[in-house]
Design a protein around this ligand. Structure first.
Ligand code: GRF
Length: 194
């Protein structure tokens, strides 16, 4: 079976990237993690990938004069590594419509809410403040509009009366690690069949 070459883009601890790497070790998983990129050289998750022999690149956005220059280096790096799918996993840079248009239908993102609820940042705090009874996470295709692309998979968790944003985030994160590998497999299988 051909494995679809996937790059995971991170900015931090990379626990979702780790979940993808672990899933991709299964012989019948339809994608391989062929590259991990961070826009922050100090991102914790890079060491995990290095330890497993996965090619990594730090492309520090502050080293580039513009967002376009940063993205063109990112695009070039992805192409050099023959990447077919880009999986955003806690990647804290907004990508422009131009970059996204080069990867239409091939960029996934994991967002910590039940989209379309709570787009943007601080989703757990906002869910608690508003008294939401349900919360969760969404894997979606990335389009030019932030957190608004077609949904691939969602998972729901209850919001408990004594939840803090930390306890709720931890409950959601467990589901993220469960659905992101599944969603990547769905997209990779679709690409394999096309
Ligand atoms: C996750 O909650 C993800 O949904 C959000 O950023 C966080 C990244 O966590 N986009 P990690 O770096 O994957 O551990």
């Amino acid at each position: 079976m051909k494995k679809v070459r996937t790059a995971v883009l991170i900015s931090g601890r990379g626990s979702n990237m780790q979940a993808l790497v672990k899933a991709a070790m299964a012989p019948d998983y339809p994608a391989s993690i062929a590259l991990v990129v961070s826009n922050l050289p100090e991102a914790e998750g890079l060491a995990y990938a290095v330890d497993r022999g996965i090619p990594t690149r730090a492309i520090s956005h502050v080293d580039y004069p513009s967002r376009a220059a940063f993205e063109s280096e990112l695009d070039l790096t992805l192409r050099e590594h023959k990447i077919e799918i880009v999986a955003l996993a806690g990647f804290m840079r907004i990508l422009t419509a131009t970059f996204i248009s080069h990867w239409t239908g091939r960029i996934l993102n994991i967002h910590p809410s039940l989209l379309p609820a709570y787009k943007g940042l601080h989703t757990h705090e906002r869910a608690i403040l508003e008294g939401a009874k349900k919360h969760g996470c969404t894997v979606h295709l990335v389009t030019a509009e932030l957190d608004a692309g077609p949904i691939v998979l969602q998972a729901e968790v209850p919001v408990l009366p004594d939840d803090t944003s930390e306890t709720l985030a931890a409950r959601v994160l467990e589901k993220e690690h469960y659905i992101y590998p599944q969603a990547l497999a769905v997209l990779a299988s679709t690409i394999n069949m096309s």
